[in-house]
Design a protein around this ligand. Structure first.
Ligand code: AMP
Ligand code: GLY
Length: 422
């Protein structure tokens, strides 16, 4: 089978690494890919948002499966573009329809969906410029911290948590006034939930589903979970506090009603659902849905998944997903992300990397890298995910941290405390 994978981060390197291990994987193309994905297949200079070009490429290369890594092409409707073109309709697309992607693309849509199907989540209301006064009054009724969410995609920056009502009101007004552009023309205000977060990944065709390994990521730039939010600084799988009793609640209260909701609403959904969850007391609540895999969670989930990923994708498409069993490596996997100095604010690219060859007891998933002349150069904020196995997460982290110190580039930064709260 020929595969086209869209995206170019650590998530995509991990997906490419996994798919290329399948005996059924013939040609694997990654668009645009990075210096790491080039060792799993062929990088292609295609813009994932140029659906016409992606479709023509898929025809020219006789692609069987299109795997969509990031959310933007899904929210913009790449699934529908393929299914509405008779020449492309037989290609399996891993990723939901535009309507399904609204679970990530619109916070208000996701909250209304959860409310309709009784899925536990924070109480909320949504507001626009036309209901500004009601929103300000609603903030007056809340107990801080106050959670404000831009409705639309805002590159992970659209959630603000404010410690007092006055600041919350100023930010709320600023959001409705275009602080995040069109993404914040609608704002969700929701109750603050206090607990510990974890990520659950589900592969579904909207009828059947399989739950993949559970993970926890570390989003803040600073040790001890301090400072600005990032795309993710590291991840651990499995998550020690997520026991069978909690997972049973997740499945009964969240996964099953989510699938039921897709059916009741007639939403076409073939792909991953990423549940961003929080454990409050002994109970799971949904913080957010995403319509794709997480990054850097994929860099620990794929290494622990023992199934042939292409078999799972095919089963998803031909309605036999329910007959499959997911097999998971008993070892722990951890990943530590090397990032560019200054990230998540301004940083420099094009730094030459050294020491990659010293880290042969880890899997190195490239995020922001590109090939230079005989070397690998940094090419983004998040640069390299260093994934290791161990009997438990402590052992795995010891290897990831050792290799994080051995690989170098000018300005390198990483968190030495991934897993500190477990
Ligand atoms: P989101 O983009 O919705 O995942 O929000 C980003 C981050 O903000 C989450 O990972 C949480 O750490 C935090 N967050 C979002 N909503 C809430 C909430 N209702 N209560 C507490 N923390 C939240
Ligand atoms: N690691 C969080 C995300 O991918 O959104």
């Amino acid at each position: 089978m020929n595969i086209l994978l869209l995206g170019g981060g650590g998530r995509e390197h991990a997906l490419a690494w996994k798919m290329q291990q399948s005996p059924r994987c013939d040609d694997l193309y990654i668009a645009p890919g990075n210096a790491g994905t080039a060792s799993c297949g062929t990088n292609v200079d295609l813009n994932p948002l140029d659906f016409v070009a992606v479709g023509e490429f898929a025809l020219a290369k006789a692609i069987h499966i299109l795997v969509v890594g990031p959310e933007a092409p899904l929210v913009e409707g790449i699934y529908d573009h393929f299914k509405n073109d008779p020449r492309l309709a037989d290609i399996i697309v891993v990723g939901p329809s535009a309507e399904g992607a609204q679970l990530e693309g619109s916070k208000a849509y996701a909250k209304a969906f959860m409310q309709e199907f009784g899925i536990p989540t924070a109480a909320y209301r949504e507001f626009t410029a036309a209901t500004l006064a009601e929103g300000l009054a609603y903030i007056d009724q809340q107990t801080p911290p106050i959670v404000l969410k831009a409705d639309g995609l805002a590159a992970g920056k659209g959630v603000l948590i404010l410690e007092d009502r006055e600041t919350a009101k100023q930010e709320f007004s600023a959001m409705l006034d275009g602080k995040f552009g069109a993404a914040s023309s609608k704002v969700v205000i929701e109750a603050f939930l206090s607990g510990i977060e974890f990520s659950v990944f589900v592969l579904t065709n909207g009828k059947d589903y399989q739950i993949l390994p559970i993970a926890k990521d570390y989003k803040r730039i600073g040790e001890g979970d301090q400072g600005l939010n990032t795309g993710g600084m590291g991840a651990v799988s499995p998550v020690p506090f997520v026991d069978d009793a909690l997972m049973q609640k997740v499945e009964e209260r969240i996964v099953k009603p989510t699938i039921t909701g897709l059916q009741v609403r007639g939403i076409t959904y073939e792909g991953f659902i990423f549940l961003g969850l929080i454990k409050v007391g002994d109970d799971p609540y949904v913080i957010e849905y995403n319509c794709r895999m997480g990054d850097p969670e994929t860099e620990v989930v794929m290494p622990r998944l023992q199934n042939d990923l292409l078999d799972l994708f095919e089963a998803m498409a031909n309605d036999s997903l329910g007959d499959m069993a997911v097999n998971i490596d008993a070892r722990a996997a951890t990943t530590v992300m090397l990032v560019s100095g200054g990230y998540p604010e301004a940083y420099e690219k094009g730094k030459s990397m050294s020491g990659l060859e010293n880290a042969n007891d880890s899997l190195l998933f490239h995020a922001g890298t590109r090939s230079g002349e005989g070397t690998v150069l940094t090419n983004g904020g998040r640069v390299l995910a260093i994934t290791s196995y161990g009997a438990d997460f402590h052992q795995a982290l010891a290897i990831s941290n050792k290799n994080a110190s051995l690989i170098n580039f000018d300005g390198k930064y990483y968190r030495r405390d991934i897993g500190f709260d477990l």
